[in-house]
Write a protein that binds this ligand. Structure first.
Ligand code: GLN
Length: 241
């Protein structure tokens, strides 16, 4: 690894990584390398402190108990909070949105303090939200193309005034809690309920994070016919419901 290598933090894959969310780090690395940019993944496990010096961070979803272990670890080692304060991009999927909020309630009704990187709270909904999720990105998100992914969560998330939605829901549930909005954006942190992995299904989102991690406005186009085909198929399947 040289000094110019892009360092991608895969945060707590040992407890947060349902539905292959670790693939988000692989997609970032691959899209960087295909453009001739050196990139490596740094896995941060429950046995490690969380470094604040990486260029971009991804966190995946988790079941309630694993989510609690992750919350405790991120509270004890606040490297992620420091990195976000320094403007490093962070992608938080599903349970990770909830952990990064002020607090969340588990399915059993216990309230767990989060790490307050996102101005939001989460409570269990009567019904679990499972299925394809399609959204239109919010105008100020920096994204233009529909987002596609798979959701499976019981939590319903309400945003406070400092967090903006990532997108408007077209098919599926998203944040739930009454509003047809999905995800949260606050500073350099993007949270979403999209599994998939999200960045494999949504290359525009991958490149947004990559560009921010590299500190550039734009990246060279990377036309990949297979990825576009996968997107078309997933969007069509999601619209059929
Ligand atoms: N345990 C959380 C919920 O059910 C998150 C689930 C997930 O990450 N898929 O809401």
């Amino acid at each position: 690894m040289t000094e110019s290598t892009l360092r991608i933090g895969l945060v707590l894959p040992d407890v947060m990584g349902t539905y292959g969310d670790g693939g988000n780090a692989l997609v970032l690395r691959q899209r960087a390398r295909m453009r001739g940019i050196e990139a490596d993944i740094v896995s941060i496990n429950l046995t490690d402190p969380v470094p604040e010096s990486l260029d971009v961070y991804t966190l995946g979803g988790a079941e309630d108990y694993a989510q609690r272990l992750a919350t405790r670890h991120l509270t004890r080692y606040p490297g992620l909070q420091r990195a976000a304060e320094a403007g490093k991009p962070v992608l938080a999927i599903c349970a990770a949105i909830q952990v990064l909020g002020h607090w969340y309630e588990t399915s059993a009704g216990e309230r767990v303090e989060g790490i307050s990187m996102l101005d939001l709270t989460t409570v269990p909904q009567d019904k679990r939200s499972i299925g394809e999720l399609i959204t239109e990105p919010a105008l100020d998100s920096g994204l233009t193309k529909p987002l596609t992914g798979f959701e499976n969560h019981r939590g319903g998330t309400t945003l406070g005034p400092d967090a903006r939605p990532l997108a408007r829901v077209k098919h599926g549930v998203g944040n739930g809690a009454g509003e047809r909005i999905e995800g949260a954006v606050q500073g350099s942190v993007i949270g979403t309920y999209l599994h998939g992995p999200a960045l494999a299904r949504n290359p525009e989102l991958a490149d947004l994070l990559l560009a921010r991690a590299l500190g550039v406005d734009e990246l060279d186009a990377l036309p990949l016919a297979e990825v576009e085909l996968l997107r078309r198929e997933r969007l069509a399947a999601g619209r059929r419901g």
